[in-house]
Write a protein that binds this ligand. Structure first.
Ligand code: SAH
Length: 442
């Protein structure tokens, strides 16, 4: 961990970062639920109305999947929704320090687990590539530490538009991109620092080598099923056409049990729950891979530990947006249930967290990093931007307490092979995992 301090260089990244006020998606009280005035008959709405008329009401999960990732009309497929001109902002877009500290986390885990000769960094849902870019800058600056380590970057991205933006962020035009839409590796390039970068649509297609996995604000976009407890038992919330108003959608309850009910935990106490089977599939894949080849997964998102009920919401133009209005024009999201992720790891790996973003970044040394950057910058506007970014990431009333960090690690990493899968903090006798324990700066 001392490495960041020892490097005396100010690695100020020139890229302009978040301008405030922008809305981050963990927020759902701040601006009130602004219902869109109009309900434009978007191509997605027409598609869904046709589908529901043909086969009946659809689950919320099917709705989210269609609206967000339908290959022809999905919200994520053809637009850049991030940043000031988009619909919401994320931590890496706010401050370069965020990605730098995550880069340090991966290096720290790589060092703690024996400095393997090679590793893959696999990012799920990389957005504009800003986070990966900041991590790669840290890898490059710490080249003396990582020297001779064979690193490759693997990006799992369904969005054509965002994959193009990622390529611009990460690669240099000098080395042309290789494209093959029909291959599981649909694009290949080389980063500005000479590291190979590959793009996939599915995690399953990423080679199974020693890897560090990263998912920042990825799990919250995966489709959730919603259930309401009724006197007759659990009933799934479905989406139907409003019989009073043409081209308007509404929520209804399924008249009888639906198959997805199997995902509800047998001793569930809440009366309304959201479950995300796709998140379970990703966690199982990550757990199997980590148990088999080592490495780690770092997951950061807004969420709860199995306590919240109705969190399904939409964002458009930095405002909360009615989820059933103008589908395809707004982002849809639901809080991540970390207790479900932990359960889906099924004891194959150990988990740490969730702990708040404020605690994680503090433990990673955000204050030291901020001071270094602020001291080295001579422009008042840059200093102000750094301080504003810090406040946005760390303030408990902003992103500091709404966002959480959660990690999956091989059992041996935490306690020499015992199955303490639900440890919230690593035991003091084993090498601490950066961020999840208060590390002493050397
Ligand atoms: N991690 C980025 C972007 C978060 S937005 C950041 O923090 O800035 C969610 C990202 O996940 C986008 O890149 C989106 O295109 C991608 N995505 C959404 N659904 C996906 C899926 N099913 N598989 C892979 N990527 C997906």
């Amino acid at each position: 961990m001392g490495v960041l301090v020892r490097s005396g260089r100010a690695w100020l990244c020139s890229a302009a970062r978040g301008v405030f006020p922008c809305l981050w998606r963990g927020n759902y009280f701040g601006t009130g639920n602004e219902r869109a005035e109009k309900n434009p008959a978007t191509p997605m709405l027409r598609h869904l109305v046709y589908k529901i008329k043909s086969t009946g009401p659809i689950t919320v999960a099917e709705y989210m999947k269609e609206v967000l990732t339908n290959p022809a009309k999905g919200y994520y497929v053809y637009r850049d929704m991030l940043g000031e001109k988009g619909d919401f902002i994320t931590s890496p877009e706010i401050s370069q320090i965020f990605g730098e500290l995550l880069g340090i986390w991966f290096i720290s885990e790589w060092m703690a687990t024996g400095k393997s000769a090679a590793f893959q960094l696999v990012e799920l849902g990389p957005g504009r590539g800003t986070l990966a870019g900041d991590i790669l800058r840290v890898f490059s600056q710490l080249g003396s530490v990582l020297k001779n380590c064979d690193i490759s970057i693997h990006l799992v991205e369904v969005s054509q538009k965002l994959s193009e933006i990622q390529a611009v962020t990460l690669t240099e035009e000098k080395v042309p991109l290789e494209r093959n839409a029909d291959s599981p590796v649909y694009m290949k390039g080389v980063s500005k620092t000479g590291i190979p970068v590959c793009w996939y649509r599915n995690l399953q297609d990423v080679p199974k080598g020693y890897s560090f996995y990263l998912a920042h604000e990825f799990f919250d976009v995966l489709p959730v099923h919603k259930f309401q407890k009724t006197p007759q038992g659990w009933r799934e919330v479905l989406i139907d056409i409003d019989p009073q108003v043409s081209d308007k959608l509404r929520f209804v309850l399924a008249p009888c049990a639906t198959p997805a009910e199997a995902f509800i935990h047998h001793d569930e106490k809440r009366d309304h729950v959201e479950v995300c089977p796709d998140a379970g599939v990703v966690i199982q894949e990550l757990s199997q891979r980590i148990a088999l080849t080592g490495g780690a997964a770092l997951i950061a998102d807004y969420g709860h530990d199995g306590t919240k009920t109705d969190t399904f919401r939409g964002f458009c133009g930095h405002k909360l947006h009615d989820v059933l209005i103008a589908p395809g024009m707004a982002d849809l999201t639901a809080d991540v249930d970390f207790s479900y992720l932990r359960r889906m790891a099924q004891g194959q790996v150990a988990s740490l967290g969730p702990i708040t973003q404020q605690t994680f970044l503090k433990n990673m040394g955000i204050d030291v990093r901020l001071k270094i950057l602020a001291d080295k910058s001579h422009e008042p506007s840059v200093r102000q931007q750094l301080l504003q970014g810090y406040d946005m990431l760390m303030n408990p009333k902003k992103m500091g307490e709404r966002f959480h960090f959660f990690a999956l690690l091989p059992h041996q990493r935490l306690c020499g092979g015992s199955h303490q899968t639900e440890a919230r903090l690593s035991r003091p006798s084993v090498a601490p995992v950066a961020g999840f324990a208060d590390l002493a700066w050397r």
